[in-house]
Each structure stands twice: as structure tokens, then as C-alpha cells.
Write a protein that binds this ligand. Structure first.
Ligand code: ADP
Length: 179
């Protein structure tokens, strides 16, 4: 798998994840899966009340794992809900748990034949994970997945604001260059 191929399939964009016309968007949820603030609130507002109804049946989700629902009124057909770690200084397994979120989402994407998927910057809002560090984990996991998977055409890392966009572009550039 060539570096150009990965660069074509792994893309950093600035925008609102609820507007992305992809097969699946990822929600940075909390363990209850019953909605919250930040991107979670935005996704539930855009999807409509049926999303919360389906989430109620899931019985929550442990940190580092993921569960899938329909997208209802969203342009996306699916929502993959994952629970990122709360940042506690970096010595409580936060890096591994965050990597596990990305892997769990990709596993569900494969199981459901999803070809295009958009991620927000999991854990970097209310959960306080430093964005540079989280961005490197996101890019590393996406790259590793795309290197072995042939069916996913596009992975979008959707950045909320210019600063987030720059941080993710930098991480992408460094990691694709071999860092
Ligand atoms: P967490 O609790 O996992 O930290 P947050 O929702 O608080 O989740 O934040 C995760 C990231 O999502 C933050 O970087 C935040 O700026 C970003 N974000 C918030 N709203 C949106 C949105 N509509 N689209 C994309 N990203 C968003």
C-alpha cells in the first residue's frame, strides 16, 4: 500500500461532523450513551429523537469501546458511538484507550460494509485530552487500519475550528512522512 494511496484515503477537513455526507459518523459519547454536550449534543439534535430512543436500548458503552446505531435525520446512515477516556495526566492508560476507540470504530465499520467514515477529535473537548497527542493517535490508527483494509475509501478527521484543523494537518504530515 503506497503512501499516496493512504494520503488519498485519509483526509483532514474543517467543519461540522453532523453535516458530513458519509456512510458513518463517529460520536464522542459518554458511557451512558444517553446524550451530552459538545459533539454528542450536536449529533443528537441533528439526528432527532429516534437516535436517543435507539441508544436507550444499548445499555451504555465502556470506555474504549463502540456501538452502532442508525443515523436517522443525519446525512450519514450510521452513527458509531465511542467513549473516549477522560484525560487524567496521561498515566492512566489514556493513550491505549483512545487508540482502542478508533480500532473499535473501524471494526464496526468493517462489519457493516461502511466505505466512508468521519471522526471528530475524540476526548479533546470536555474530556481534556491534549489535542496534539490525540491527533497523532487518530492519524496513526487510521493509517494502520487503511494499510490492511481495502474497502474503506475515505476516513475523514473532522476538525472543529481552524486551530484543530492545523493540529491535525500537522500530525498527518508528520506521520505520513514516517514520524
Ligand atoms: P469529549 O467528551 O470526547 O471530549 P467533546 O464533544 O467535548 O467530546 O469534544 C470532542 C471534540 O469535538 C472537540 O475537539 C470539539 O471541539 C469537537 N466538536 C464539537 N462539536 C463538533 C461538531 N459539531 N463537529 C465536529 N467536531 C465537534
Amino acid at each position: 500500500m503506497s503512501a499516496t494511496d493512504i494520503a488519498n484515503r485519509l483526509v483532514v477537513v474543517e467543519g461540522d461532523i453532523t453535516k458530513q455526507a458519509v456512510d458513518a459518523i463517529v460520536n464522542a459519547a459518554n458511557e451512558s450513551l444517553l446524550g451530552g454536550g459538545g459533539v454528542d449534543g450536536a449529533i443528537h439534535r441533528a439526528a432527532g429523537p429516534e437516535l436517543l430512543e435507539e441508544c436507550r436500548k444499548l445499555g451504555g458503552c465502556p470506555t474504549g469501546q463502540a456501538k452502532i446505531t442508525r443515523g436517522y435525520r443525519l446525512p450519514a446512515k450510521w452513527v458509531i458511538h465511542t467513549v473516549g477516556p477522560v484525560w487524567r495526566g496521561g498515566t492512566r492508560g489514556e493513550d491505549d484507550l483512545l487508540a482502542s476507540c478508533y480500532r473499535s470504530c473501524f471494526a464496526l465499520a468493517e462489519q457493516h460494509g461502511i466505505r466512508t467514515i468521519a471522526f471528530p477529535s475524540i476526548s479533546t473537548g470536555a474530556y481534556g485530552f491534549p489535542m496534539e497527542r490525540a491527533a497523532r493517535i487518530a492519524v496513526r490508527e487510521a493509517k494502520a487500519f487503511l494499510e490492511r483494509n481495502k474497502t474503506v475509501e475515505k476516513v475523514l478527521l473532522v476538525c472543529f475550528g481552524q486551530k484543530a484543523f492545523e493540529i491535525h494537518q500537522q500530525a498527518l504530515k508528520e506521520i505520513l512522512a514516517g514520524g
